[in-house]
Design a protein around this ligand. Structure first.
Ligand code: GDP
Ligand code: MG
Length: 168
């Protein structure tokens, strides 16, 4: 039986919760100050989708996203993408378009989910729900709201991406 392995890249401005999301999904933990383990490019988790085993390799950036310094190697061969912004960081929301273009330039059109993280902080939201939906529609992607902290909807993001990849 063929094993399906998918390289997933997680992009978005610094501080939106990308490393936390990978950590949460692959290790089941959440910390306030996650530090990237030097030398580890990705974490993995295996799931079953429609009776098929899928190995997801979640690639983390080394934290230089603000300096436009993410290497080609990071994007190389990526088959799916999580594009994240934060409910309480307006700039991260406004940067979503350019992140989509960047991924498209490096990888072509690959299944992508827009993630609005930190919905546990909805009381302090700087992005209204209609805008978020409009963004997702403009980018042709599904929008999923998550709280990595409260462990809300994180699994749904990766199940959705895996299912999209298998359907292609
Ligand atoms: P990255 O720069 O995108 O990798 O972001 P990090 O994963 O390092 O997270 C930045 C900060 O946001 C950390 O202090 C996390 O603990 C925090 N964080 C991540 N996800 C959530 C969330 O869903 N809710 C809240 N309140 N904080 C979060
Ligand atoms: Mg990080």
């Amino acid at each position: 039986e063929l094993e399906v392995a998918l390289k997933v890249v997680i992009v978005g401005n610094g501080g939106v919760g990308k490393s936390s999301m990978i950590q949460r999904y692959c290790k089941g933990t959440f910390t306030k100050d996650y530090k990237k383990t030097i030398g580890v490019d990705f974490l993995e988790r295996q799931i079953e989708v429609d009776g098929e085993e899928v190995r997801l390799m979640l690639w983390d950036t080394a934290g230089q996203e603000e300096f436009d310094a993410i290497t080609k190697a990071y994007y190389r061969g990526a088959q799916a993408c999580v594009l994240a912004f934060s409910t309480v960081d307006r700039e991260s929301f406004e940067a979503a378009h350019s992140w989509k273009l960047k991924v498209e330039n490096e990888c072509g059109e690959i299944p992508t989910v827009i993630v609005q993280n930190k919905i546990d902080l909805m009381d302090h939201s700087v992005v209204n729900p209609e805008e978020a939906e409009l963004l997702a529609r403009a980018l042709g992607c599904r929008l999923i709201q998550t709280s990595v902290k409260e462990d809300l909807n994180v699994g749904a993001v990766f199940r959705h991406l895996a299912a999209q990849c298998l359907a292609e």
